[in-house]
Design a binder for this molecule. Sequence first.
Ligand code: GCB
Length: 745
Amino acid sequence: MRQIYNFNTKWAFSKEAVEAPTSMPERWNWVNIPHTWNDIDGQDGGNDLYRGTAFYAKELEKIDLPKADRYFLEIQGANSSAIVYVNGKKLANHDGGYSTWRVDITDVLEDRNLFVFEVDNSPNDRVYPQNADFTFYGGIYRDLNIIAVNESHFDLEYYGTPGIKVTPEVVGQNAKVEVEVFVKNTKENQTLLYTLKDAEGNVVAEKETPASETVASFEIENVHLWHGKKDPYLYTAEVCLKEEEVLDNVSARFGCRTFEIHPENGFILNGEEYPLRGVSRHQDRWGIGNALLKEHHDEDMDLICELGATTIRLAHYQHDQYFYDLCDERGMVVWAEIPYISTHMPNGRENTISQMKELVVQNYNHPSIVVWGLSNEITMHGDSDEDLRENHVILNDLVHEMDKTRLTTMACVSMCSMDDPYVQIPDTVSYNHYFGWYGGDTSQNGPWFDEFHAKYPNIPIGCSEYGCEALNWHTSDPQQGDYTEEYQAYYHEELIKQFFTRKYMWATHVWNMFDFGADSRNEGGENGQNHKGLMTFDRKYKKDSFYAYKAWLSDEPFVHICGKRYVDRVEETTKVTVYSNQPEVELFANGVSLGKQTCPEHFFYFEVPNTGETNLVAVAGECRDESFIRKVEVFNEEYRLKEKGAILNWFDVTAPEGYYSLNSKIEDIVKSEEGARVFTEVMAPAMGGMMGGNAEKADMGPMMKMLGSFTVLRLTSLMGAGNVTLTKEQLLEMNEKLNAVPVVL
Ligand code: GCB
């Protein structure tokens, strides 16, 4: 039987060392794995996290390892590239920070051994991701093991394979199950014992074959289907390699299900319409980065289940095996993807292929996964060229060849034309749209999808990202771009109403379930994070919009009063929003009923007299929630966004009547020929990349749809996320130029 030796504890660590040591270093720091060196500098803004090389070293006595013929080092995640040295010999290197890989160390092991990892997250043009809105935390941040096996064993090396591949196919009431194993160094007298068990552990099928027969087929009669959240029923396939006694063993859980992605009816699970409505998840956390423990994954899954999601997009890279296991167990339908993102790199093709092979090989057995994502916003810089297209065709074909049971998909950037031929490469497609946040307004979302659907009725279309930032800022007059919890709640109410009533949308994923680390962002008054989460980065606070989803998606009865952090209110009568999945809500102010409301849309709005101090109680069926508001004369400035380090505020900008300024909307400026010329002249150098070389044209097509309703100042503030920063002087100079252009109506 194989034995697993955990290799996580007490590694010497150094960012300063310049080369791999050949003896145990003395003055390095001690760390345990999972570990990242960017837990602090990767989350505090300024885009100044350490991206470079670091070393880990540890000694190991061979005698401490279980007795075995062969030993494999297993690295479950080292970001981004890593080299392994054992006893001074460079044994292997690996590019890609999110997958498992293994190295045969048997032949170099001595009695006493020095293990060294050289891990590197420095920028390059080969390994994805290089340019994206999240922190690329460096380090060995998932478990390290040494797997001890017999000379004859199940393969451990092929793209991090689990050594077993289970393909169930539902046929009528039954399921045909094909179990394939990958063996190494087997001998003639050895056998393979295949066993299928149901969720209760009862054996449902068994077969023993010569070790050369590495594929076995079974039939499960009256199969119990894996049916998403409603019934995530799992079987297990176990295979033992035997020579009288068991030499090695592998097992995989699997689920039997059928699915279809229908361009009109959306997602169909086991013949039943099963709308995919859910969230995306980034793995990292406040203060921890990507160095997660199981309890963190468990907590994330519990929270996503509480929301009532049926699907998760595991963005933008391969997640921990443990999390895919949780998805299987909890019945989540999953979109899995590689970090082929934002910028196509001509030198990166090989890396997209190897990361995709790893993703599919390592995750093939998970019933939760239904689509493999080829890329995300890869035409962001407008570079939909031949090489990019070819790269997608290669990946799409590769996935189809490796996995005949699932479909491919892709997340397109908003500005990507729906007619771009590259949109048609995968089996299904999704778009990332932020109408109502970055630009445009909330009402544009549904109609955009209707337009796509009308034009391409045979292509299943979904929304892979939509969202809006919210911090602890508050207002009774929410406005796009104000970063308040109230605007986020309004935005999601609107989007829920539009998306959840369009059944043809095969999946919708909120961006994002949790706030996450993006060190290059300086936004919303708290640097280093993207705050589009329905929950905060530390997982401690559920923003109001979390409950808007819960009201639509969860069956667990609840009622929630919004605005609990917005206590002080100026107005005489204030709006209080209540979310509930119950048919009727009654709100009481200081014990007096303000009436009962019914609302099929689950969003209940009450006008509440605001005098003195008011205790609010909402009652819906058996559920109850409380809140508190207070009348104040002057707006509480604690609730207003204070941009740290903001160099220019809108009120600092001169805006002479009848002329444009930085406070004018872009769509208004480009109405004037002169305005368009000045706008492109002042913005082109900074925006050339973003606009794919189209910046000189006043009509920027889909880009304009998104950005037209921005003021120039807001656009420049967002450009910080794209690493473009303009000084106050440059901005004032721009303003002066715009001030000379008369407004055209
Ligand atoms: C996107 C990206 C995602 C970003 C998000 C945002 O479209 O795919 O990685 O974090 O936008 O918040 O801007």
